[in-house]
Design a protein around this ligand. Sequence first.
Ligand code: FE2
Length: 628
Amino acid sequence: MAEYKLEVTTGNVTNAGTLDHIHVILIGTKGKSERTELDNFGVDFKTGTTGIYTVKTSLSLGKLLLIKVEKDALFFLPEDEWYCSKIVVTTPEGDVILFPCYRWISRGELVELRGGRAMKVFEDDHPLLIEHREKELILKKSLYHGAELMFKGLVGSTEQWENIEDLKKIFWSKKTPVSEYVTEHWKEDDFYGFQFLNSINPNVIKRCSELPPNFPVTEETVKPFLEKGSSLQKEMEKGNIFLCDFKRMDGLPAKAYDGESPRVTAGLCLFYINPENKLLPVAIQLHQTPSEENPIFLPSDSETDWLLAKIFIKNADFMQHQSVYHFMNTHYLAEVFTVATLRSFPVIHPLYKLLVPHVRYTLQINTMARKSIFAPAGILSRSSLGYDGMTELMRRAFSELTYSSLCLPDNITARGLESIPNFYYRDDGLKLWNIINSFVKAVVEYYYPSDSEVCKDTELQEWISEIFTHGFLGNKASECPACFNTVEEVIKFITMVIFTVTGQHAAVNNGQFDYHSWAPNGSLLLRKPPPTTKGQSSMKTILETLPNVGQTVSFAAMAWILSDMYTDVVPLGTYPEERFDESAPKQIIKEFQAELSCLSKAITERNSQLEVPYTYLNPAQMENSITI
Ligand code: FE2
């Protein structure tokens, strides 16, 4: 007689428990057990509990391969799904084997759990396991193919704001220290410049060593804003001049508003880092082609002319932020990674175990976003570009998307931003990238001791091929790999995947309420065309240009919802689901957590010295996957 001890854990999520009968069959290399009901005295499988059961066999089953789990009805009661977390088996030989489950089980479903060490496709040698692996992938491929808020009754109001101070009325129930700072400082040039580095869209600005020919800024016009005795040419040579160029938005279809001409601008904004290390806007042109109706606005223009020019640049920046840098480059890419992971890897694969915690809830949030946010009638359709314009903007950006732009170290170098001072997104982001990279390197090198292991892992090759084909649409110019030849290539790509769905998403997502709940600081919709002459504007023009009361509120509500966190948030580097059985990856995870915690402390300490803290890349405040 041989005895197997089973420790069966029911998850700690709502309604995880079940009253149904649970049967198991243990399958080993030397045979299988009887179908055995797991039944102790009292109620079994209560939410958040672990029960201990015994399965007896006449002889040892040899090496344990699979556990078949079946759930049958209790009397005639309706379906009572069970969320099983894991089963830990102690064999008669004294081995302890983890069988991760972490899924809901319904009646009549075929559930066979694999346990033990993570295995690549060519390592499985038992016919039963090879067959199980193939069946699992066939099933997975068939599965994965293909508020308005209580704003004091202001929702839906078509009235215009009477003065800027009135906008504060909408924030009676939600404020953050940064959102309050924004309401006080939004007009200031140095805070304007700061936001192109450390607000929610640090992705556009780049060093400028030569002015674009269509942006005829002269030495004379900007001289007053540079250090005494200096010149634009000298400052460009010193690397102190930067540019945001929204040329990608040129000619986009814009929504007409109240019969007026479209208000979308494809502007250019020139910045200067002054000797006090402040990044200041020094010249703005609102359209690509220079002309008399397209003047270059300057800080010396009237206060409202300069403010309007800055507001139009921010509008372009914000629309591009939402469609390109937020939805496309994080949410939609994450969806590609998610689907490829779910389709290409069986659950016993080491890279499935590594990646699956980083794709949690991503399909769910994207499904919701497609209904209510990025949809023909969604909130983003109310932007100046509307749904069609936003979609076209994404299409243009997508055709230019490169793998290297998704890898932060390469991205920073390509934009010439290695040494610009007070760039916390870069400082924290590169540290985070390196920590994720060390973690991924340790895991990948443990399972792939040589390049040949990478080449012969057909499941891994299929994973990257799916990403190249469906994510990058087979565009070779993107430089996204279509296959992997070396361990190093795998490490870099997976680092990019985890960084994109954690750090990069947090950087572009988490500050939306902080920076964009205050409409004058950045609005998706502007109701008036951009100015074509100087000296014609007043504060009234700005109020007529900003969204009306109801529109302001709905955009603020979106910023609120999208910056919120669920109560069951899983922070970066925490893995509540135990998927690895062997000790090496568990140790690697511990080291990863220790490094993240050090970075978190350093960021908190640095922030305590800053007037406006940069918190978005603090690992303690970032999720393990895209869930919002
Ligand atoms: Fe998001």
